[in-house]
Write a protein that binds this ligand. Sequence first.
Ligand SMILES: *Cc1c(COP(=O)(O)O)cnc(C)c1O
Length: 547
Amino acid sequence: MPRSKESARANLENLYRIFTVPEAPDSTLGRIDQAISDNVTGFLQKHIVALENSITDIEKSFDDPKIPEEPTFVSDYTEFIKEKLVAQSVHTAAPGFIGHMTSALPYFMLPLSRIMIALNQNLVKVETSKAFTPMERQVLAMLHRLIYSESDAFYHRWIHDSRYALGAFCSGGTIANITALWAARNQLCSPSGNFRGITNEGFFRAMQHLGCQGLAVLVSRRRHYSLGKAADLLGIGRENLVLVETDDRNRINMAALREQCRRIQDKGIRPLSLIGIAGTTETGNVDPLEEMADLAEEIGCHFHVDAAWGGPTLFSEKYRSLLKGIERADSVTIDAHKQLYVPMGAGMVLFKDPAALSSIEHHAAYIIRHGSKDLGSHTLEGSRPGKAMLVHAGLSIIGRKGYELLIDQGIERARRFAEMVQEHPDFELVTAPELNILTYRYNPASVQEALAHADAETVREVNELLDKMTKRIQKRQREAGKTFVSRTSLTPERYRGQTIIVFRVVLANPLTTEDILASVLEEQCEWARHPEVSPLLDQLQEMTAAA
Ligand SMILES: *Cc1c(COP(=O)(O)O)cnc(C)c1O
């Protein structure tokens, strides 16, 4: 039945209805569900991860800046959503989508998210989140215990003591890292004598009080870019985010770290924090956390571990020792929307000392009052959704053993894929997986052979050609949309510090089978022989034959 704008307008007069829950199951919502599940199932079966439409084509569906004057029916709008949004979305849940940290979600997250949204609690204050506030505190305690394994008495003492916090729940790893460094900065520059603290007097006065020229944060060159933002925001300055050399396995070089500490101290700059990475974003490696903890203790500075990706490895009895030393960190970042399989927008920072977050405490008269149980007094963000409920759901439904299985399988799948890459004559493994991330590139056997003996100049030229080829193969593969890997650049020791482009693979989707992994390599070989790429291959072969 066609419906006129008149009746849509009549609908407007009943505006309040939009905010009442329909009594009969709403067929409109049913249709959205159907559209999503048709799509996901279709894509799962076909292993299709992207669409032919380019982003510029898609932009045409969203180029009208006018706000619609007249209301419209939800069902009409749903058609638009189905055709333009759902159908043109990237299917991050597809098992052939192994290029990024965004993966499939457990099915129960969808209906549970709807409950969370229906309740629409605001975690900034207890008045709008009575049950959610204690639930979030419980989730923080669960993750705190996973890392620090304190006694039952410890958790009994702190879990619901609103004057303290075991951590802060936030929208992701970026905010978690910023919060960790913010707390560390304020602790170092806390009030003493007639200095009223950096919070009140600012950075310049704090440096005068400490008698130093600035603060520095030291981390390996494989750090996540969020730390640059943190250094900028907190007044530390990006140049004082000191990037330390790594070893051949992308882990911070301890001798270089000590040297850098001495260098900045000689310049009158004070080390604010050392940051260890548990699961580097590009290569999935883990810094020597124990040794870093020793050094932080020795020089008396904060020790933060960025475990946004690798933190959940702690669920695994078999692999948790890879993160040894994390329990000595003053603060730890964990992203829930990565390996806890929670929808996007959930991260946490945990603090060993329940008093640590007091240094960023903030109060207001109408909410987050002194002595209230409001979580907003210890977070950077203001109004926040009840995402902790979904972490609670994952931890309860999947359980420690379920996450252990997911972690173990991911690591073992990555090892298997590394073997497949190494067994194949035309691929070169660039970084072996320590967790579930690895990098490699297409590099024909004859070229690999020649590279091993070539002079420096030839190596450089060959690598430049290989870079072009890697870029083209990755782009073609992405556009074809059957499978997807990402790409990044690395500086492996074997090429004497030359930066090369590599494929990057993240194996976190439990539905990614060995067959799919084999098809990823097969497709890359096909692209290498495709007329758009093969001239590069010919050039390579000529160059190495001459060498
Ligand atoms: C993903 C990631 C971050 C940032 O997290 P967001 O959730 O994207 O803000 C920080 N550090 C590491 C190591 C990461 O992998």
